[in-house]
Design a binder for this molecule. Structure first.
Ligand SMILES: *Cc1c(COP(=O)(O)O)cnc(C)c1O
Length: 360
């Protein structure tokens, strides 16, 4: 049994992969694979629209939002957002809560007049936190406010909605989309690269409030143009047909599991199990303030870094894969997205306990 804790491209539900395997050579009785059919074919279009419908249902997306299936992963949206939602002279507000926020800021700087960083991380006695709302330096005239509610590399999360923000809220949910219930109506744009919690890499989903597309904007390449993609049903050019199909299978699987409410319960239980164990241990540590800990990406360090390599070696021997931390931060990271069952986290904790007893 392998449990894959990779941050992304990440584990997919086994049932989804099995279904894709079964259908690979003969999709819907057509005798060819889903990758070999026109995206204009009625069978393909039906599947694509069903996937959109299932995502709308899972996230309770209001009718005045477009659901777009796009190219270029999460970073593609770093460029698409400022081009679609702001003019080239606009001011935009960004929260700088971690590595992915930083990349989004540097990309936005190419397309707008000014990127105002409203705040970022702060060190507290209980660990790294995000600056409290009262300290944010919001601008009066921002075209939008952008943040990343779950920083995949840092393992830091903003669990509360930034309700004091009056500009349209844009959220990079690449690593936490569909992980718990969410009020979509509070957002202007929600986007996600697919490879953490949805499907294959290179693919992205954007949920965009229609009224934002009637505001003044700059010239935008058509492939990234939300309005053009919405008008064409996300088929302005040939979409990544396989990624769309596989994402659709994941949405079906999520519905069978009980949707995002059930996912939220399981994800909370998984995260609590792992953090509680780390906090009680004198062998491992996590440096994020408890209120700001990610439920999707759990970074942890061995107090004795000398043992890192041996920890990873033995973990892999036990079938626990992908635990090496990001190259920028080192240590370990367990990514526990929707596809990771509770049993996977239990197995990880048992291994960590055993390793600590032998080496502590
Ligand atoms: C992985 C990730 C990205 C980048 O996704 P790509 O598809 O590699 O461009 C952006 N934001 C967050 C929060 C991520 O986790």
């Amino acid at each position: 049994m392998i449990y894959n804790f990779s941050a992304g491209p990440a584990m997919l539900p086994a049932a989804v992969l099995k279904r894709a395997q079964e259908e690979l050579l003969d999709w819907q009785g057509l005798g060819i694979s889903v990758m070999e059919i026109s995206h204009r074919d009625p069978a393909y279009v039906r599947m694509a629209r069903q996937a959109e419908q299932d995502l709308r249902e899972l996230m309770s997306v209001p009718d005045d939002y477009h659901v777009l299936f796009l190219h270029g992963g999460g970073r593609g949206q770093f460029a698409a957002v400022p081009q679609n939602i702001a003019t080239s002279s606009a001011t935009v507000d960004y929260l700088d809560s971690g590595i992915w926020s930083g990349y989004a800021i540097r990309e936005a700087e190419k397309f707008v007049g000014r990127v105002n960083v409203v705040g970022g991380r702060v060190q507290t006695e209980q660990g790294t936190a995000i600056a409290p709302f009262e300290q944010w330096q919001l601008s009066d005239d921002a075209a939008y406010f952008h943040y990343c509610p779950n920083e995949t590399v840092d393992g830091i999360a903003l669990h509360q909605l930034p309700t004091q923000v009056t500009a349209p809220i844009v959220a990079d949910m690449s690593s936490n989309i569909l992980s718990e219930p969410l009020d979509v109506s509070r957002f202007g744009v929600i986007y996600a690269g697919a490879q953490k919690n949805i499907g294959p890499s290179g693919f992205a989903i954007a949920i965009v409030k229609q009224s934002l597309l009637t505001q003044p904007q700059q010239q935008v390449s058509t492939i990234m143009d939300y309005a053009a993609q919405a008008a064409d049903g996300s088929m302005y050019n040939t979409p990544n047909t396989f990624a769309w199909y596989l994402s659709g299978l994941v949405f079906q699987w999520l519905k069978e599991q009980g949707g995002v409410a059930e996912m939220g319960r399981i994800n909370a239980a998984k995260a609590a199990l792992l953090y509680d164990f780390i906090d009680k241990s004198e062998f491992y540590q996590n440096r994020i303030h408890p209120d700001f800990r990610s439920r999707m990406n759990v970074p942890f360090q061995l107090i004795n870094e000398q043992l890192d390599a041996e920890f990873l070696r033995q973990a892999e021997q036990q079938g626990l894969m992908g635990l090496k931390g990001h190259r920028f931060v080192g240590g370990m990271r367990a990514s526990i997205y929707n596809a990771m069952p509770l049993a996977g986290v239990q197995t990880l904790v048992e291994f960590m306990q055993h390793f600590a007893e032998k080496n502590g």
